[in-house]
Design a binder for this molecule. Structure first.
Ligand code: 5AD
Ligand code: SF4
Length: 378
């Protein structure tokens, strides 16, 4: 008798890093004979790869996973897992709020997902596989990826910056760079398989190389990748303004394969707020970086992230941000309303900008950016 093929459904929330992590879990499970289900209702295993970066992202996960409680009652064999940042950030809450969830697995332990599923099939109860980042390990994955034209390659995991609003250092752990040989081998294999656009991923790509035995930095890595790119386009996210500079811009200008798009989160145009956010740069320094970039990378584009309504953000602070946006004229801006995050230092500050005011500031910046984008398109 031929055993029925097991079906898995993966729903991903959040950033490109999560998209990529899901892709790796998918590949790992395909290597074990799983096939992808088109609909969660058809699946034997449903996985949610989750995001904790803003409250709204977590609310969406609670809503979506909550909707599967009934299905689980009618199909007790169904396995439901919560992967990623929220598994780490909300480990104390999830099984209480969502008792039909079978397991939690943090971002640094994702290569353990197939083993966890096997244990649950063999009768284990709730499983938590968390905290892998504390040992500094990077999860290992099979490398038989079957890429499309656009693919991600992780170069560094975790973050050491501790921006005061951000949960990432607590759920993804400290920075760990992958050795350049491993990255180059992966890039080579992906290009051989037909990848045309490769995006290098890291919370702060500019600190690539710190802590590795080899002596290499991000620009050094870009140079090595450029030599083997053979026609593929290489992009990267995210850059941190305190670590980006003219050396990077020179590489973006001179290396043929390297994309000329710089995603450089500004977060705020007020020095007082930048300081409270622990960002490590002033508004003036940020503007100077943009000036250098535009002077050196003639066809470059620049995009940003902005948070409105950070604790203590007055109308004047907000005006400073608006002013900076008008002055810089970004090619695109992603605007977020501040929400307090577990573990993050800003949790100790009073979340004192009322929601209606956050919404107003959000709308004003959106409209301002729309006008700028319209003007740029003309
Ligand atoms: N509240 C609102 N936005 C946030 N971001 C990170 N943490 C928070 C938070 N607590 C935004 C930042 C970051 C982007 C990925 O998400 O702008 O650059
Ligand atoms: Fe979070 Fe700041 Fe690290 Fe980005 S650089 S992941 S915003 S702590």
């Amino acid at each position: 008798m031929i055993a029925k093929c097991q079906l898995v459904y993966i729903k991903t929330f959040g950033c490109q890093m999560n998209e990529h992590d899901s892709e790796r879990v998918r590949d790992l499970l395909s290597g074990r004979g799983y096939r992808l289900a088109d609909k969660p209702e058809d699946a034997d295993v449903i996985l949610f790869n989750t995001c904790s970066v803003r409250e709204h992202a977590e609310d969406r996960v609670y809503g979506k996973v909550g909707g599967f409680e009934k299905l689980k009652k009618t199909r007790p064999d169904l396995i439901i897992g919560i992967l990623g940042c929220m598994a780490e950030a909300r480990k104390d809450l999830i099984f209480r709020k969502l008792p039909h969830v079978d397991f939690l697995c943090g971002p640094a332990d994702l290569d353990r997902v197939p083993g966890i599923i096997d244990k649950i099939k063999n009768g284990a109860g709730h499983i938590m596989c968390l905290g892998g980042h504390e040992s500094g390990r990077l999860p290992e994955f099979s490398e038989n990826r079957c890429p499309g034209n656009n693919v991600y390659v992780k170069i560094i995991e975790g973050c050491n910056n501790f921006c005061s609003y951000c949960v990432v250092p607590y759920v993804r752990g400290r920075e760990r760079s992958r050795p350049s040989k491993e990255i180059l081998d992966e890039v080579r294999r992906l290009i051989e398989k037909g990848a045309g656009e490769i995006t290098l991923l890291g919370q702060n790509v500019n600190s690539y190389g710190r802590g590795l035995k080899e002596k290499i930095d991000f620009v050094g890595l870009l140079k090595k990748i450029d030599r083997i790119a053979s026609g593929a386009k290489i992009g990267f996210v995210t850059s941190h303004p305190k670590d980006a500079g003219v050396e990077l811009f020179r590489a973006m200008r001179d290396l043929k394969s390297i994309s000329k798009n710089l995603h450089l989160p500004m977060q705020s145009g007020s020095d007082k707020i930048l300081k409270r956010m622990n960002r490590g740069y002033s508004s003036e320094k940020y503007k100077k970086l943009v000036e250098d970039f535009r002077r050196m990378v003639k066809e470059g584009t620049i995009t940003t992230d902005i948070i409105v309504g950070f604790p203590g953000e007055t109308k004047k602070d907000f005006e400073d941000t608006l002013e900076a946006i008008r002055e810089i004229e970004f090619d695109a801006a992603y605007i977020f309303k501040y929400s307090p995050r577990p573990f993050a230092a800003a949790n100790k500050l009073k979340d004192d900008v009322p929601m209606e005011e956050k919404e107003r500031r959000h709308a004003v910046i959106l409209e301002t950016q729309k006008e700028i984008s319209r003007k740029k398109c003309r």
